[in-house]
Design a protein around this ligand. Structure first.
Ligand SMILES: [Zn+2]
Length: 433
């Protein structure tokens, strides 16, 4: 009763006092005090500007009530449609990881739960929001089997701790910084390694051991699609490809371009490099143009993967992209090749196409909300024929469109598109290791 009075009168100090009494007597009577403890944690984190530790550790021992259902984000102050939220820094230090966001976060954004997986336990922190640059990153704390940070879903950032040992983790928030500490490092593991608690943070990049070949469409005498004022496809796709290369390199990928300058390369030779380098994926970058009669309507981003399917639309786009180099492979050779494509190969390319399309569209809409989703399509693109790895062709937009065409020539938009493709690549590898 005293507690309820305090709640009704909005007397925080009293609420806390009575909550503590409730928990204490509850414990003595061996009653479940979970909800009171949960209440109490609210005060801990709502106090201004102080690092406060939430008592998640103690909650974990009361398995009767599933934690999953109880700790929910109550208010979502982060506008998940925007993705201006970024992760500025991620560090691991001794038994802690620190994540610095570009915005203040509160406990309302965070949902904690434990999960049993095969032979191990996971402590999972889901943070509401879409975080730019949240490509999967592995962190290292000696005494924890693995720690991963990644954009789990469209609007959920996930921080995951996994070990055979049942870890106890706690978190605290100080404005923009989220700190998660592991209280009980796996001692066996540490003993074996003669207590090597890492002093310098070691961030393992997402792209390690992955090889990517980027194919900037067209080049040299083949200018590709042409927009108004002689905007050439070959120019814009080359710039996006260069930005993409630098982002992927930063993330630890090994990256090759089929052309590093404005020169002509036969379509069939583009995949040769990818095969020679034993690339994990092949990305062909293009921009589209519409017939004069459709200049004002045709716009948007679409991603294609190679398949024998021939919809009218895919045929149209494929015909345009295949134009410069139709003679190099006979029709029957191509047909034989297309028929030889097996389902697993087509499916892998389709998955890659879905991840690229979704992420490119998402980042493009960061700048311009009206970017159209042309979707993921399948078609007979000769540039993809011969690639022995999952491969896609992305059409970044219509340079013939009066508005979209101009955007495609700004470095601001080009960078955003490159970032989207890179996020798509990360997302693909995270799901298909
Ligand atoms: Zn093209």
């Amino acid at each position: 009763m005293e507690y309820l009075k305090a709640v009704l009168n909005n007397k925080q100090d009293k609420e806390i006092k009575y909550l503590k009494i409730l928990i204490e007597t509850g414990n003595k009577l061996k009653k479940n005090t979970f909800k009171y403890k949960n209440e109490l944690t609210k005060y801990n984190t709502s106090t201004k500007n102080n690092i406060k530790t939430k008592t998640i550790t103690s909650l974990k021992f009361e398995k009767k009530t599933p934690i999953k259902k109880i700790i929910k984000p109550q208010i979502s102050k982060i506008d998940t449609n925007k993705s201006e939220y970024t992760i500025k820094k991620v560090l691991s230090k001794n038994n802690q990881i620190l994540i610095e966001f570009n915005t203040n976060i509160t406990k309302d954004y965070i949902r904690f739960f434990e999960k049993k997986v095969k032979n191990a336990t996971q402590d999972i922190y889901d943070i509401k929001g879409r975080f730019k640059y949240a490509h999967p990153t592995k962190l290292e704390i000696k005494g924890v089997k693995q720690i991963v940070i990644k954009q789990e879903k469209y609007n959920t950032l996930r921080i995951l701790f996994e070990d055979k040992y049942n870890l106890k983790t706690v978190y605290s928030i100080n404005k923009k910084i989220l700190k998660i500490s592991v209280l009980n490092l796996n001692k066996k593991y540490i003993k074996k390694n003669i207590v090597k608690i890492s002093k310098s943070p070691k961030v393992i990049k997402s792209g390690q051991n992955r090889i990517i070949v980027i194919d900037p469409g067209h080049g040299g005498k083949d200018v590709g699609a042409v927009g108004s004022k002689k905007l050439y496809e070959k120019v814009t796709v080359f710039k996006v490809s260069k930005y993409l290369q630098s982002i992927l390199k930063q993330r630890g990928y090994k990256v090759y371009l089929t052309r590093t300058s404005d020169r002509f390369i036969k379509v069939k030779n583009r995949t040769i490099l990818a095969n020679k380098k034993k690339a994990d994926i092949f990305l062909s970058i293009h921009a589209n143009a519409a017939h004069k009669s459709r200049i004002k309507e045709a716009r948007g981003i679409e991603t294609f993967f190679l398949s024998p399917a021939r919809s009218e639309r895919a045929k149209r786009v494929a015909a345009k992209e295949n134009k410069s180099d139709m003679s190099t492979m006979s029709y029957s050779t191509k047909t034989v090749f297309l028929e030889s494509l097996n389902r697993p190969r087509i499916t892998a390319s389709q998955k890659l196409a879905i991840d690229i399309q979704r992420n490119v569209l998402f980042t493009a809409r960061n700048l311009y909300k009206d970017v159209l989703d042309g979707g993921v399509r399948e078609g007979p693109f000769w540039v993809l024929v011969g690639a022995q790895m999952p491969s896609i062709l992305v059409e970044l937009g219509y340079i013939s469109h009066p508005v979209e065409g101009k955007r495609l020539y700004t470095s601001k938009y080009q960078k955003e598109l490159a970032l989207g493709i890179a996020n798509g690549v990360d997302s693909y590898f995270a799901k298909n290791p």
